[in-house]
Design a protein around this ligand. Structure first.
Ligand SMILES: Cc1cc2nc3c(=O)[nH]c(=O)nc-3n(C[C@H](O)[C@H](O)[C@H](O)COP(=O)(O)OP(=O)(O)OC[C@H]3O[C@@H](n4cnc5c(N)ncnc54)[C@H](O)[C@@H]3O)c2cc1C
Length: 408
């Protein structure tokens, strides 16, 4: 009995505890903090905010159109905009013939559906830097890097949260933004369905001979897509971030090649779309899976981002789905502040997000399987599919809107 009393009383009070200070958790803290909620955000791993530091995340994130409004409301867009690289065209190239050469290339052009680019690309380490700086401006946000979520006990009107530094908090809502192995999800007893493809991604940046013209290019051959996403010029040369997906052992081999051999293989795999590619930084290898949580809520708890769903990096869906989770949660909290974290709010979140997330995870899974296809007949089918989808303008426009998440 005494233990239960201690568990409840010896703790500071806040409105929202966010477990996880990745890009999703930091964005959540900025959004809820800007809206006036008291927020405590914890992460055992302090954010790396410098490209040259050990542990820096060298992936880039393409924020799609709908993300901008939410980032504005979170006070983040004005910080990010000076670093934004607009994406005006998404080019899909099939190079699945005998030689690694483009045989079908189709452009999805943002100006066909509106005045804005499809999205804007940023290095992940830079996102963390600007997001952490935004949190420092918000007196009602308490960011505790070096401290993790340990366990929670939900009661009717609040949730009691224990942290790894032995401190405790009482809050109305716990947000699990603690990634694909989410401790919050496990503590809530929520299961996941995981799909493994035996695939990994090598992530790196290159300069290239020809300018990218703000075009994001996905080259399909076998093993998964090879995607070039525009970055600002590097030392006066055109530059792109690359995600190269392939079978696990092959990515290991690629990551271990000397720079010259790697440049030659990367240039060949790109089907020469921008001429010779030259590596300009480290290579990082990321595992590729699909995963979806059985539910996105538990008592006084909401799961967001990779804690709830993981998809292969195709069509910039991952973090953009996460921002849609946050925008939904934020809208519900703002509309009925006295109901923060209650059953009504969380049920509405589950209803609005889970099916939509399920459909997107299935869609990206299908695209990835099509891209992995190595048999010539399947590659030919893929090339025909790309040409057919592009051929009909209404279908093309609908696909673009669906991809952006501006049409459900
Ligand atoms: C190669 C690659 C390229 C991608 N490109 C894009 C793209 O262009 N566009 C896009 O939208 N998405 C993209 N994605 C997806 C996107 O990167 C992810 O969705 C995003 O990084 C995941 O963010 P997150 O904050 O959910 O998870 P994470 O970045 O994994 O953050 C989770 C955080 O939780 C912390 N944590 C762990 N345990 C605890 C605990 N017990 N308590 C508190 N905190 C804890 C971790 O330290 C970590 O900082 C890409 C993914 C990959 C693999």
């Amino acid at each position: 009995m005494q233990r239960a009393y201690d568990w409840a009383m010896m703790r500071a009070e806040t409105d929202i505890v966010i477990a996880g200070g990745g890009v999703a958790g930091l964005t959540a803290a900025a959004a809820f903090g800007t809206a006036g909620f008291r927020v405590t955000i914890v992460d055992p791993a302090p954010p790396v905010t410098n490209a040259g530091a050990a542990g820096a995340d060298h992936r880039t994130t393409a924020f799609l159109q709908p993300a901008r409004e939410f980032l504005m409301a979170a006070g983040l867009w004005e910080r990010l905009e000076p670093h934004a690289m607009p994406l005006d065209v998404m080019r899909i190239v099939d190079a699945g013939g005998e030689e690694p050469e483009p045989r079908v290339a189709r452009d999805f052009v943002a100006s066909d559906i509106g005045p804005l680019p499809f999205g804007w690309n940023f290095p992940n380490w830079l996102l963390r830097r600007e997001m952490v700086a935004r949190l420092a401006e918000l007196p009602n946000v308490d960011f505790r890097p070096g401290t993790g979520f340990r366990r929670a006990l939900a009661r009717d009107a609040e949730i009691l949260v224990d942290l790894s530094d032995n401190s405790g908090l009482r809050a109305k809502l716990l947000i699990g933004a603690d990634g694909r192995h989410s401790a919050v999800r496990q503590a809530a007893g929520i299961g996941v369905k995981t799909t493994r493809y035996g695939q990994k991604a090598v992530v790196f940046a290159v300069t290239h001979e020809r300018p990218h013209g703000n075009v994001s290019t996905e080259v399909h051959r076998a093993g998964g897509p090879f995607t070039l996403v525009p970055l600002p010029d590097h030392d006066g040369k055109p530059c792109s971030a690359v995600v190269w997906m392939d079978a696990g052992p092959e990515t290991k081999r690629l990551a271990g090649l000397g720079a010259e051999a790697f440049n030659a293989e990367a240039t060949a795999r790109s089907a020469g779309v921008y001429g010779a590619l030259t590596l300009i930084g480290p290579r990082q290898v990321w595992p590729i899976i699909s995963q979806i949580a059985d539910k996105m809520i538990a008592a006084r708890t909401a799961l967001v981002a990779e804690a709830a769903h993981v998809v292969p990096p195709i069509g910039a869906q991952g973090l953009n789905m996460s921002l849609a989770d946050l925008a939904c949660l934020h809208g519900l909290a703002d509309a009925r502040r006295e109901g923060l974290g209650d059953r009504q709010m969380l049920d509405a979140y589950e209803r609005r997000r889970h099916l939509e997330v399920r459909l997107r995870v299935s869609g990206v899974d299908a695209l990835n399987r099509a891209s992995i296809a190595g048999a010539p007949i399947l590659r030919d089918l893929r090339a025909k599919g790309i040409a057919a989808l592009y051929g009909a303008a209404p279908v093309r426009k609908t696909l673009m809107q669906l991809g952006l998440g501006v049409r459900g």
